[in-house]
Write a protein that binds this ligand. Structure first.
Ligand SMILES: [Zn+2]
Length: 452
């Protein structure tokens, strides 16, 4: 007897527009072959998650595997992704020791992805501080999903500031490729001046991280890049707006004919200045946490549809670089992949908002931005059978569960009450997380090219 499907996954199916209670997703090979409700069709294998939520595997459109460890970080970050219901990671190019600034370096990084990744990955490319604009067409042709540039310099090689004339010519070249360019948006002079003043006054308490990177440092950078978007026609995207004003500016410039967007990272939808005081270096990221009022305005922006998508900006650092008493001496960045799905679900549920918004902002929209939709980020016939299964309940996020190397096993969300946990993850039809264990081996993930 022939069986029409390899596997049916049973549960309440959550798409970006609806919830099918008592539904199923039927898989043939690596793709979704049917979606429905009621009695599931015959299949070689039944994955019964009745009563649980079946979402598209999340697409994290902004994360960093290799800021501290280099490309060996791909393996551990994507293992966390598997345990967190994230089936596609879009990785930033600011890697040590070599950022992804040309097609040859990209080919090396893709080699690491296909040998070591546990989930599928798309990749950003960038340019060198000077003389790098010529590499733009080659990076686009080699399949990157987006470019990333910065108005702020953390490191002249790994994470350089691109000056205005270079950025302008880069945007002109990027516009020809049709790819978006995400920008790290902070004003160098303002931050450097305020930081120097704080250091000179001996103020190195955690809150000074927020005080030395005020909202104006962000919006000044937003304006520069959006003016250049208007001038060049490039799709210019704020890589992380911690401010609702960033989305308003993007909307205003769209009204003038520019292609301007911005994304929120999940920490800007829940963390406040009180949290960096509580967490110290473990709460340091750029841009910094803002006020509780600003968090409310961020939610208004999200509900109004003004935010392009929600990402993690996952950037694991060893604990010893996040626990220094001088806030300025700590590295900037938070781990967030494994807590992404439980936290987003909880934040929505606490506000009485539907999990369909999670399918929209953490899967569909990020996949669309990176040219991966509808193969990724969708529960649709023909899409890759990437699925995140959520079990509702009362859970506490425990950093000891993090699937990274021991020194990276910490979280700013340790001890937070969560209203769900990731009960299972499927990657292209195959169970890769059973609620306890990551079942993949390094190299089971693939590089996914931008599809247009
Ligand atoms: Zn980032």
């Amino acid at each position: 007897m022939s069986v029409p499907f390899d596997r049916v996954i049973i549960g309440d199916v959550v798409t970006s527009d609806t919830i099918i209670a008592g539904g199923y997703v039927a898989v043939r090979g690596e793709t979704i072959a049917a979606i429905g409700e009621g009695v599931p069709p015959p299949a070689r294998e039944i994955a019964d998650h009745s009563g649980k939520l079946i979402l598209p595997g999340l697409v994290d459109g902004h994360m960093h595997t290799s800021s501290s460890t280099g490309w060996p970080g791909i393996e551990t970050a994507t293992k966390c992704a598997a345990a967190g219901g994230v089936t596609t990671c879009v990785d930033m190019p600011y890697d040590v020791p070599v950022p992804v600034t040309d097609a040859a370096i990209l080919a090396d990084k893709i080699g690491w992805v296909v040998r070591t990744a546990h989930v599928d990955m798309a990749l950003y490319g960038t340019i060198t501080k000077t003389g790098g604009v010529g590499a733009i067409p080659g990076l686009a042709a080699a399949g990157i999903s987006a470019f990333k540039l910065s108005t702020y310099e953390y490191d002249a090689v790994r994470f350089p500031r691109i000056d205005h004339p270079t950025m302008l010519s880069a945007f002109r070249e990027i516009a020809k490729t049709g790819l978006p360019v995400a920008i790290h948006n902070e004003d160098q002079e303002l931050v450097e001046m305020l930081t120097a003043q704080a250091r000179a006054a001996g103020c190195a308490a955690a809150i000074m991280h927020c005080r030395t990177r005020p909202p104006l440092a962000e919006t000044l950078a937003d304006l520069e890049i959006f003016e250049m978007a208007l001038e060049t026609g490039a799709h210019v995207h704020i890589a992380h707006s911690s401010l609702s004003r960033g989305f308003e500016l993007a909307e205003t410039f769209r009204g003038m004919g520019a292609q301007t967007t911005g994304e929120a990272c999940i920490q800007y939808l829940c963390m406040t200045e009180d949290d960096i005081v509580r967490l110290g270096g473990k709460g340091k990221c750029n841009p910094p946490f803002r006020t509780a009022d600003e968090v409310e305005r961020m939610w208004q922006s999200l509900v109004a549809g003004k935010i392009a998508y929600v990402s993690t900006d996952h950037a694991p650092w060893p604990l010893e670089r996040k626990t220094l008493p001088d806030i300025f001496a700590n590295s900037a960045g938070l781990p967030g992949l494994q807590s992404f799905a439980p936290l987003m679900f909880s934040l929505l549920d606490e506000r009485g908002l539907s999990p369909t918004l999670m399918a929209t902002y953490c899967a569909e929209r990020s996949a669309r931005m990176h040219g991966l939709w509808p193969r990724k980020g969708a529960l649709r016939v023909g899409s890759d059978a990437d699925v995140c299964v959520l079990e509702r309940g009362n859970f506490i996020f425990d950093e000891a569960s993090i699937q990274d190397r021991p020194e990276m096993r910490w979280s700013p969300y340790h001890g937070r009450k969560m209203r769900t946990r990731v009960a299972a993850t499927y990657l292209r039809g195959r169970l890769i997380w059973d609620g306890t264990t990551v079942l993949t081996k390094p190299g089971d993930g693939r590089f996914v090219r931008r599809m247009g």
